[in-house]
Design a protein around this ligand. Structure first.
Ligand code: HEM
Ligand code: HEM
Length: 175
């Protein structure tokens, strides 16, 4: 243990739960899409949508939690790294909200209700419009998704850099 380990200041339990459950929901939403693409069973596109909407709700609650909880002080690092971490965290929040919203708008502009695990349905609350459905489809698939991949790779890469190169035990703050 070095002296940074000894006084590691953690994220609150709520922030840690929000972080890891968001990551799991993202993974499951993506896995449902992979299953749908490989097995072509409509069950999985339905689950993709329901898990995606669950992530949207989770992220809204997470933002509220973020506003009201105390954040641990940043570890010592160069200014540019601190700025990059702030920007990329903000981008991840924005993308994880924009992605399911685009999916939802794609569906309803396409005239499709969204079934949430058979419990209830989100009705078609807009006037269906093929052009807008296509627009949100492109946004979902071609713009936001590649950005989520890029920022997640950057994020996990940075976490691994802290763990194995800087050895400053950053990951312990969110565990
Ligand atoms: C954060 C949540 C979400 C993530 C990460 C996500 C991710 C993806 C990915 C990776 C694809 C496939 C892209 C490709 O073809 O390579 C996709 C397609 C799709 N998603 Fe989502 N999605 C999310 C939420 C939603 C929601 C909430 C809905 C609808 C309510 C939705 C509806 C769809 C539909 C209908 C497609 C098929 C589009 C097509 O094949 O052209 N998604 N999504
Ligand atoms: C193996 C996977 C992951 C690891 C090791 C990891 C690690 C971390 C660490 C160490 C922090 C805290 C940084 C600090 O204390 O300054 C953090 C924060 C954060 N992580 Fe991750 N993370 C992972 C996956 C993800 C994924 C998949 C996402 C979303 C796509 C994500 C989004 C975020 C966000 C938005 C924050 C900022 C939290 C805030 O400011 O409220 N993480 N992550």
């Amino acid at each position: 243990m070095n002296d940074i380990d000894a006084n590691v200041s953690k994220w609150s339990i709520a922030s840690r739960l929000f972080h890891w459950i968001s990551a799991v929901l993202l993974l499951v939403t993506w896995l449902m899409m992979l299953l749908y693409q490989n097995l072509n069973d409509n069950l999985y596109i339905g689950l993709h949508k329901a898990f995606g909407i669950s992530l949207l709700c989770w992220m809204i609650a997470r933002v509220i939690n973020r506003v009201f909880t105390k954040v641990p002080p940043a570890l010592p690092m160069p200014k540019w790294q601190l700025l990059m971490s702030k920007l990329s965290h903000f981008a991840l929040y924005a993308l994880l909200i924009a992605m399911p919203l685009a999916g939802l708008l794609m569906s309803v502009y396409g005239g499709r209700r969204v079934d949430i695990f058979g419990l209830f349905q989100i009705p078609v609350f807009v006037t269906p419009d093929r052009g807008l459905a296509r627009y949100y489809n492109d946004l979902h698939v071609d713009i936001i998704w590649p950005m989520i991949i890029a920022f997640t790779v950057l994020h996990v890469g940075a976490a691994l850099y802290h763990q194995f190169v800087k050895k400053d035990n950053l990951i312990a703050r969110i565990k």
